[in-house]
Design a protein. Structure first.
Length: 233
């Protein structure tokens, strides 16, 4: 589904990632874990084509998309929920969802909104409410719902549980498991290694911009060395 080859992302002289190789297979959930500043966000943004400058190669669904604009990549089925749940606070929940709609004919839009309300019953209850009045967890669900409105083939999520209460983290984790069960491919960047290793098939550990460990999530989570050295668990 996605292959990232020799990805070096930089901001002027600051190098955020160096020679990263990773891939996400169809229907797979892949976690990108690592401490503050490891380069997780830089990598996700560079895959979509926003943020720092990228050297390397990105293929998506077998097609080289390295040179394509973010808009074209979204049209091909990539979606990114950026860090910090950027919803439009003065627009309603429904309007926020509508803004996420792309990739589809007009008559599909109400059907997709209905799917989002089924997935997130809270959003249905609050559909006419300004998004800025939602709780942090609800805003995160709305941000994810908005990304899902484009019916992506690959959903990339940047720190979806940051700053959320443990109960809401459990909700997000459950949501990711159910999206995974529906066969969606997911690339998940998280400082919360416990959660992300719990919901993913495979994981990459990034440290100072480089992949230092990779493998099946269950295996990484079971390694005392990896837990201590990289995951703070
Ligand atoms: N817009 C920017 N301009 C300059 N340097 C940046 C920019 N964004 C990130 N960096 C630098 O790139 C490196 C990687 O940052 P990045 O935000 O990708 O890490 P991260 O793993 O997402 O961290 P966090 O867990 O805190 O979100 C850091 O050294 C950071 O200071
Ligand atoms: Mg980040």
């Amino acid at each position: 589904m996605l292959a990232v080859q020799a990805a070096t992302v930089s901001y002027g002289k600051t190098v955020a990632t160096r020679g990263v190789e990773l891939h996400v297979n169809e229907g797979e959930v892949v976690a990108l874990v690592g401490a503050n500043g490891a380069g997780k966000s830089s990598l996700l943004k560079a895959v979509l084509g926003v943020g720092g400058s990228l050297q390397g190669r990105i293929t998506f669904g077998g097609q080289d998309v390295t040179e394509l604009s973010a808009e074209r990549k979204v049209a091909l089925g990539m979606a990114l929920v950026p860090e910090g749940r950027h919803v439009f606070p003065t627009l309603t929940v429904l309007e926020n969802l509508e803004l996420g709609f792309s990739r589809g004919t007009r008559h599909e839009k109400p059907r997709r909104i209905e799917q989002m309300y089924t997935l997130f019953p809270k959003l249905r209850e609050r559909r006419q409410q300004a998004a800025g009045t939602l709780s942090g967890g609800e805003q995160q669900m709305l941000a994810i719902g908005r990304a899902l409105m484009s019916a992506p083939r690959l959903l990339m999520l940047d720190e979806p549980t940051l700053g959320l209460a443990p109960m809401i983290v459990a909700d997000v984790s459950e949501l990711l498991s159910s999206l995974r069960a529906q066969g969606l491919s997911i690339l998940l960047a998280e400082q919360n290694a416990r959660m992300s290793l719990g919901v993913s098939n495979r994981a990459y550990v990034l440290a100072q911009g480089e992949v230092v460990q990779q493998g099946e999530s269950a295996v990484l989570a079971a390694s005392d060395h990896i837990r201590r050295a990289y995951l703070g668990l």
